[in-house]
Design a protein around this ligand. Structure first.
Ligand code: G6P
Length: 615
């Protein structure tokens, strides 16, 4: 949801900023811009569309500088136009600012500024912020870095909303100032150079030493140093962290798209989600990050799982996995609903917020609302040191590595793996015996190999994708834990191929959905060999009776599906609490290959952004 990169140091800032923006393009990609500071002043370049368009613009009208700020936009206020692209300047034209977030009171601030003679050139909330900072700086008698930082403080005290920002001023060369509230900002510490970015992936090629800024912190960077303070004017404690992953892990490698790379990383990401967390001796899972004793876990009598998008679908699968292993009632709630719905929660309810990025605004708000009510609220996140990871009372990291493709894939299977671990842990302090625990661990240890075997189905899935890519509508159906997998399969297809697709529990077919079945509407059934296999088969027959094409996901060795279905994809056998981790993989591949077949931009689908940091 908008990406920021800023650089100051001895190198040419342009390639650093452009490369960083390309790596942040997953956050938003409707327009981009940058401003470079050089001895002649500040020069700005902007372009509508992808970073490639900005690069072309700069080829036509070159600029240089050793300090600069840059931005890739996901529009919130104002249409996708060059004027609305960042950076935005203040009234003097000397201050330039890039912003990620939303200034909620921008209308009234804008009117006040207009009454004071300010003229605006865009419809954005960001331009209002630039004018506010510039006005405060111009009131100051000194023209130095301290004055610019103080001006930023004064401006930020007037705004309501969220921001991750970077600011440069032509009269204060050698300095970039940043601040955050609600939108992430990380400081990168290099040798004689410093960086600001919305996400470490933008700067990890240059440094792995970073400081994750907290809300209401202001950072000032120079080539030779940095200073962190707060909006209220006090000093701030900070910790320098080492980024876990390397620059290579944020490259596509041999794959044409990040999404395909991430699909193929799943044997490892599933293994990494379990690594060091299975105790054969105690026949249980060890999740130290929960910060809870067994006695506290024993007292839990209800679990709430909340998140958005794919994370919510994983929660819906998690409901089945945790309940089946621990017998604790689990409920799922969209984070956007949870935050406003006054859901009755008992004292011993444990709330989990699930978020790959750890920055999703609705999920963060759900976390805060739950904590405000005094509930222990835990996070399941991938991004280390993300806001949700830091604000939650404990949790479990996915350790899936960076997920760049906008359509989430490996984070989904990592989340399911963690739910299986949670189910095992909670079950083992209740009804599961030592030998039950050992059996579950033995099954879990097989999982990475089963995932690898499932990936071998790709050639078959790609051929099926080619055959059905021109369909205008798809139905996805499954039962029990495979019902939310059907939802996820439909979401993947919608997100990246723009084909209308919906997911249902198979039995719902006869309650309305069957009206959509035609010879042109493929139905994807997830029908592994389980307790409801025969039920699924009956539903498949109902579709076939109406000449609807059926693509079925079954279990290796199955012979019944072939007799009725048009296409059968057979995945390895696994217990019910693990099989959704396998059944979703052909659906991810199906969506990928259909989108590719249609020539869609798989990694950067229309209108979407990977991390939605606005409500
Ligand atoms: C956005 C993305 C989805 C993602 C959702 C939740 O909508 O486009 O792919 O599932 O946010 O993201 P999170 O980072 O909280 O898991």
């Amino acid at each position: 949801m908008c990406g920021i990169v800023a650089y100051i140091g001895p190198s040419d800032a342009l390639p650093v900023l452009l490369d960083g923006l390309r790596r942040l393009e997953y956050r938003g990609y409707d327009s981009a811009g940058l401003a470079l500071l050089n001895p002649g002043g500040i020069e700005v370049r902007k372009a509508v569309g992808r970073i490639a368009n900005l690069a072309t613009e700069i080829e036509k009208f070159p600029i240089r500088g050793q300090a600069g700020i840059s931005h890739t936009r996901w529009a919130t206020h104002g249409a996708v136009t060059r004027d609305n692209a960042h950076p935005h300047a203040d009234q003097s034209g000397k201050l330039h600012l890039v912003h990620n977030g939303v200034i909620e009171n921008y209308q009234s601030l804008r009117e006040q500024l207009q009454e004071r003679g300010h003229i605006f050139h865009s419809q954005t909330d960001t331009e209002v912020l630039a004018h506010l900072v510039g006005e405060a700086f111009d009131r100051s008698t000194s023209r130095d870095g301290a004055a610019l930082i103080e001006a930023l403080r004064q401006a930020l005290r007037q705004v309501i909303g969220t921001y991750g920002i970077s600011v440069i001023h032509a009269e204060v060369p050698g300095l970039i100032v940043g601040a955050r509230r609600g939108s992430p900002l990380v400081l990168g510490i290099g040798k004689h150079e410093h960086f600001l970015a919305s996400d470490v992936s933008a700067i990890v090629a240059h440094t792995r030493e970073v400081v994750y800024l907290n809300d209401y912190e202001i950072v000032a960077i120079q080539a030779e140093g940095f200073e962190i303070s707060t909006v209220s004017g006090t000093g701030a404690d900070f910790q320098v962290s080492k980024v876990e992953f390397t620059a290579e892990s944020v490259d596509k490698g041999q794959f044409p798209h990040y999404m395909l790379k991430e699909i193929h990383e799943q044997p490892n990401s599933v293994r990494d989600a379990m690594r060091g967390r299975l105790s054969i001796e105690e026949a249980t899972a060890k999740l130290g990050g929960l910060n809870m004793t067994n006695a506290e876990l024993r007292a839990v009598d209800r679990v709430i799982l909340t998140g958005c998008g794919t994370a919510l679908h994983s929660a819906l699968v998690g409901e089945y996995l945790i309940e089946s292993l621990s017998h604790i009632p689990v409920e799922c709630e969209f984070a956007s609903e949870f935050r406003y719905r006054n859901i009755p929660l008992d004292r011993d309810t444990l709330v989990f917020v699930i978020s790959q990025s750890g920055e999703t605004a609705d999920t963060l708000a759900a976390l805060r609302e739950s904590q405000r009510k005094g509930h222990r609220t835990l996070g399941i996140c991938n991004n280390v040191a993300s806001t949700i990871a830091r604000e939650s009372d404990g949790g479990v990291y996915m350790h899936a590595g960076p997920e760049i493709g906008v359509a989430a894939t490996k984070s989904f299977t990592s989340q399911l793996t963690i739910f299986a671990l949670l189910g095992l842990l909670l079950g083992r302090i209740r009804h599961l015996s030592h030998s039950d625990g050992r059996d579950i661990i033995a099954e879990m240890e097989k999982l990475p190999d089963l995932v690898a075997r499932t990936l071998e189905l790709e050639t078959q899935v790609a051929a099926i994708a080619k055959k059905y890519a021109r369909a205008n509508n798809f139905l996805f159906m499954g039962r029990q834990a495979h019902y939310p997998v059907a939802l996820e399969g439909a979401l993947k297809l919608k997100e990246i191929s723009y084909i209308s697709a919906s997911g249902y529990p198979s039995a719902e077919l006869k309650h309305g959905v069957i009206a959509l079945v035609t010879e042109e509407t493929p139905s994807v059934f997830i029908a592994p060999q389980d307790a409801v296999f025969e039920k699924n088969l009956s539903n498949i027959e109902e579709v076939k009776a109406r000449k609807g094409p059926v693509i079925a996901i079954g279990t290796e060795g199955d012979t019944s599906l072939r007799k009725v279905c048009d296409e059968v994809i057979l995945i390895p056998d696994a217990p019910v609490y693990l099989s959704p981790i396998l059944s979703v993989i052909p659906l991810q591949m199906l969506a990928y290959h259909i989108a590719n077949e249609l020539g869609c931009d798989v990694d950067k689908p229309r209108n979407l952004a990977k991390s939605v940091t606005v409500e």
